[in-house]
Ligand binder design. Structure first.
Ligand code: NAP
Length: 276
């Protein structure tokens, strides 16, 4: 379904930084009312101020989306202030860099709690409101790592695969209510994502600074929302990797294994010397 974003009542989680901030600014520029939800109040106030200075409308709702209480309050506040909701964007997310065996079990819990459980529970709270909304839509932000698992990003890949699986199933369920669902699959984006990592034990550096600007991602997402896209894949290297993986997944397995073998050469050699 094509939609006009003007006048739409939208929640954007994780809008204090990066992609969420850029998307909120872009939606406000296109005439949406934006509810800004994240934990950093100072940053949220600044985004709201930037939006208002450009003539847009923004509502700051400090929210830790992993807290059931905060989630409830987020949707209640929007209902009270705006009388309903048209679009929910589940964008808040986090990752850890390092091999699964080297990271603490709490990292897996934290990653799933934010990237998957909070996203799913936000959908549960939003659906009754969206069912009453205008050209309603849910936008779930996954990742290239949610379509192809990447070494040193195992917890993150798992959480973002969960986002994709959940979203594909939910999209059909939402037909009952006339709600669209767009899945966003970004590649590297030059946001604060690299600064917010829960762990930095990976050996292969992730070059976030070579990725797309968040403003470009925000613009592409807003275009996708207008066009009623089902899935949006961004950034040329990520798109190429997903294409090669579609053609020859075993080749990608082999390449990724080879990279790990090179990075862990010393440990592999030491292990080979150890008597059985
Ligand atoms: N950057 C990339 O290369 C890339 C690639 C693919 C996918 N993505 C996805 O894009 C989304 C946005 O990431 P980004 O690149 O914009 O990273 P970012 O700059 O680090 O922004 C992450 C946002 O999530 C919010 N957040 C974190 N924990 C939260 C919590 N418990 N409750 C509410 N909000 C929370 C942060 O706000 P507070 O700290 O203020 O709460 C921040 O606004 C994520 O889902 C990420 O997985 C990013």
């Amino acid at each position: 379904m094509r939609r006009d974003l003007s006048g739409k009542r939208v929640i954007v989680t994780g809008s204090s930084s990066g992609i969420g901030r850029a998307l909120a600014m872009e939606l406000a520029r296109r005439g949406s009312q934006v509810a800004l939800a994240a934990r950093s109040i100072g940053e949220l106030d600044q985004v709201a101020e930037d939006i208002r200075q450009k003539g847009g409308q923004a509502l700051v709702i400090p929210t830790d989306v992993t807290s059931p209480h905060d989630r409830q309050q987020l949707f209640e506040t929007v209902q009270q202030q705006w009388g309903g909701l048209d679009i929910l964007v589940n964008n808040a997310g986090i990752a850890a860099h390092g091999h699964f065996i080297d990271l603490d079990p709490s990292i897996l819990r934290q990653t799933m709690e934010l990237n998957f459980f909070a996203m799913a529970e936000n959908c549960r709270l939003a659906i009754p409101m969206l069912a009453e909304g205008h050209a309603p839509m849910i936008v779930n932000v996954s990742s290239m790592a949610g379509r192809r698992g990447v070494p040193a990003w195992s917890e993150y890949s798992a959480s973002k695969f969960a986002v994709c699986g959940f979203s594909e199933a939910l999209r059909a369920e939402l037909v009952r209510f006339g709600i669209d669902l767009m899945l966003v699959v970004p590649g590297l984006t030059h946001s604060n994502f690299g600064k917010h990592l829960l762990a930095r034990k990976g050996r292969m550096p992730a070059r976030f600074d070579s990725g797309l600007a968040p403003e470009v991602v925000g613009r592409l997402m807003a275009n996708g929302m207008e066009k009623g896209k089902h899935e949006l894949r961004m950034e040329k290297d990520a798109r190429l990797l997903l294409f090669i993986n579609w053609l020859a997944p075993r080749f990608v397995d082999w390449r990724m294994g080879n990279v790990v073998r090179k990075l862990y050469q010393r440990e592999i050699a030491d292990q080979a010397k150890t008597p059985c």
